[in-house]
Write a protein that binds this ligand. Structure first.
Ligand code: C5P
Length: 232
């Protein structure tokens, strides 16, 4: 599995993301487009960034009845993204429907990964708000297995969980991990963090890095540092 650094382009407008991407004159980084930018700028932003030669992870975290997710995934596959995602919480029936919807007539499809439990959900909140009485770790691994059994390619998880996900679901089941910070950098609001080098050691397949690159004085240098540490 080719390791890569995905830049979380959490910008509020098309102008902001384009002027950020203009800084990259030599490389074409893998870009994550999330809800904020997608809802502000619409599907056209995906087409434009793709046309510039970037790979795209469209992070919209779908969760609805199987038929709605299937139809929505079919629309996203026409946008020609490289990776997209959903909530494993939506059940195996929803995940199987998503794969069906995402698969193009020629049999190809973008990679599909699942969110297990959001990293903002603590075990306490899971117990009190969601009435799930198992350990967080057990729930994450169970949802990862459900995703694998439904035909998905991997999960979004904390880099600290990546090793265990691979143990549970195999080496080919990919782990996409946010929560990455440079050893000498700002942590911000992330809690369970690791460095690009450590994420590589633990076995992440893709790291998702936002502010350490987007807010850096020299974003291209920060991106190159991530690649050097993570991809080697
Ligand atoms: O700026 P930072 O590096 O913290 O950005 C991380 C990105 O990954 C953000 O787009 C955030 O929404 C996303 N993410 C996360 N934790 C998750 C899932 C997604 O930080 N569990």
């Amino acid at each position: 599995m080719g390791k890569d650094v995905i830049i979380a382009c959490d910008f509020a407008s098309k102008a902001d993301v384009m002027s950020f991407l203009d800084k990259f004159t030599e490389e074409k980084p893998y870009v994550k487009i999330g809800m904020e930018l997608f809802y502000a700028a619409g599907p056209e932003i995906v087409r434009e960034i793709k046309a510039r030669g970037h790979k795209i992870f469209l992070d919209l975290k779908l969760c609805d009845i199987p038929n709605t997710v299937k139809k929505s995934m079919s629309v996203l596959s026409e946008l020609d993204v490289d990776m997209t995602n959903l909530h494993a919480f939506g059940t195996k029936a929803m995940m199987e429907a998503a794969i069906e919807g995402l698969t193009r007539p020629d049999g190809t499809r973008p990679m599909l990964i699942a969110v297990t439990q959001l990293t903002s959900t603590s075990e306490e909140r899971m117990k009190n708000d969601l009435l799930i009485n198992e350990s967080l770790d057990k729930v994450v691994m169970h949802y990862a297995k459900n995703a694998m059994e439904s035909g998905l390619d991997g999960v979004v998880c904390s880099p600290l969980e990546a090793g265990k996900v691979h143990e549970t679901c195999g080496e080919k089941f990919i782990t996409v991990t946010p929560g990455v910070r440079f050893a000498d950098g700002d942590v911000g609001d992330q809690v369970r963090i690791t460095t690009p080098a450590k994420a590589k050691e633990i076995g992440s397949d893709y790291i998702v890095v936002g502010r350490p690159i987007t807010q850096a004085e020299d974003p291209v240098a920060a991106y190159r540092r991530c690649v050097a540490e993570f991809v080697g």
